[in-house]
Design a protein around this ligand. Structure first.
Ligand SMILES: NC(=O)c1ccc[n+]([C@@H]2O[C@H](COP(=O)([O-])OP(=O)(O)OC[C@H]3O[C@@H](n4cnc5c(N)ncnc54)[C@H](O)[C@@H]3O)[C@@H](O)[C@H]2O)c1
Ligand SMILES: [Fe+2]
Length: 426
């Protein structure tokens, strides 16, 4: 295992659920867990999951534990704000004690926002941004069925607002679920593209959190920012997550049969959630917002396509960290720091390409006349842009998008890499 580096000025922060349960079959503990939080539960899921035998088992399990469960099965892809408003209208006045989210990131994000609106009222738009949720929400028990977003442990929910072209986030420590109930057996049914997109998202969380900006650990940092940048505690999760995802992503994408791979990938995604939920992500996530909106492609496909190019751009600021990532990826042992850092970028590109993530933005479906627009729009995700280790402006984001559109990873690396002599002297 690759360990993070402690230094005399080390700073660490983790914000996490009160309880995290992990293991195949652990979903059968759902009823007992929810019963410790109340007797009236709202269960949020989507139409597909509501028809699954595992879902019916979980409902029966809740009822056997004495919990009255009301199901909202209308969570829609991309999480439109109106669906959340509709769900709240449906259940308000019913004295819900606890909200259960069962499904992918969309269902869990839905449960998180509903839990806040049921306590604080208003509409989702009242809480866009950071620290806008004024106090504790209803407890959420999050049960992920994809291995990707880590939403079961994060303080953010991502919503599609019909009045905005791009998706928008609500970020608040009050949105962190009370319990993450992570049963990797629920991911056995994920088809290959969904597995690949979710895994690419998880890998991006680990890499972007591990290479995020490092802020001075001044008093106030942890209360002024939801996402504080690189930290010792998130580094540990990020590195372990990279190692777990590296050893499982290809086998997991071949189907549900390789259970060990499915379990490793789910654990890696959970660790990615810890890393992203406190450190935050950066340029790949900032650029995915406009590029996802322009191409109508899943979040994980977009961040995965962008990740190698963002790593290449960040090379001058994070050469040592990329070399450490190479160790977690078991590549280029014994080579110079710069060569190991480059090997990490190529290995990430190779892994993602192998599981079908587009190798460039043209393949993702971006039109060439949207390249400059995507760079300009990427700047509007200010919290993500600020979290990038190398300063960004529209021109620099434009370099990343241009290289990613052309598939010119080697060209971008050639312009961002110090010579061996510079690297040794820096
Ligand atoms: N809150 C966070 O921390 C965070 C982080 C990253 C992404 N996100 C958000 O999460 C969403 C993406 O979530 P996602 O990638 O988990 O997908 P998703 O929740 O959007 O689901 C995608 C599709 O997969 C299906 N599905 C889910 N589990 C399945 C299973 N086990 N078997 C077969 N099909 C299954 C769903 O029914 C749905 O049709 C996006 O809205 C993204 O913005 C949130
Ligand atoms: Fe993500």
């Amino acid at each position: 295992m690759t360990l993070p580096t402690t230094t005399p000025d080390a700073f660490g922060l983790i914000r996490a659920p009160r309880q995290i349960v992990f293991g195949p079959g652990q979903r059968s503990g759902l009823g007992d867990i929810v019963a410790t939080l109340g007797t009236r539960a709202l269960v949020c899921t989507d139409a597909r999951m509501a028809e699954q035998p595992q879902f019916r088992e979980m409902l029966a399990n809740l009822r056997a534990a004495g919990v009255a469960a009301q199901v909202f099965a209308g969570v829609a892809a991309e999480l439109p704000a109106d669906t959340i408003v509709g769900c709240v209208a449906e259940v308000s006045g019913q004295n819900i004690d606890v909200v259960v989210g069962i499904g992918g990131g969309s269902c869990i994000d839905h449960a998180k926002v509903v839990s806040a609106l049921l306590v604080h009222g208003g509409a989702p738009r009242d809480y866009y941004g950071e620290f806008k949720v004024p106090g504790p929400a209803l407890p959420v028990v999050a049960v992920p069925t994809t291995a990707g977003t880590g939403s079961e442990v994060t303080p953010v929910a991502v919503i599609a607002d019909p009045d905005r072209e791009m998706k928008v986030g609500i970020s608040s420590p009050h949105l962190i679920p009370h319990t993450a109930l992570v049963d990797p057996a629920l991911t056995y049914t994920c088809p290959r593209p969904l597995t690949a997109h979710a895994a690419a998202d998880a890998l991006s969380h680990c890499v972007e959190a591990f290479t995020a900006i490092r802020r001075e650990p001044d008093p106030g940092l942890t209360t002024e920012r939801v996402f504080v940048g690189k930290s010792l505690l998130t580094d540990s999760y990020a590195l372990a997550g990279i190692e777990l995802i590296d050893r499982s992503i290809v086998a997991a994408c071949q189907g549900g049969d390789d259970r060990a791979a499915r379990h490793d990938l789910q654990l890696g995604a959970l660790y990615g959630g810890f890393a992203l939920g406190t450190a935050g992500t950066a340029a790949a996530h900032a650029l995915q917002y406009p590029i996802g909106a322009a191409t109508h492609t899943p979040h994980g496909a977009g961040v995965g396509a962008l990740l190698p190019y963002v790593m290449a751009y960040n090379m001058p600021a994070r050469t040592a960290e990329f070399a450490t990532i190479a160790s977690a990826l078991h590549c280029a042992d014994g080579a110079s720091e710069l060569d190991r850092a480059h090997a990490a970028v190529h290995r990430v590109a190779e892994l993602l390409g192998t599981v079908g993530i587009p190798r460039d933005l043209a393949e993702l479906g971006l039109r060439e006349d949207r390249v400059d627009w995507a760079a300009e729009q990427g700047m509007t995700a200010a919290r993500l842009v600020d979290n990038n280790p190398r300063p960004l402006d529209p021109a620099e984001l434009g370099r990343i998008v241009r290289a990613a559109f052309d598939g010119d990873l080697a060209g971008l690396l050639a312009t961002t890499s110090p010579s061996e002599t510079d690297a040794r002297n820096s």
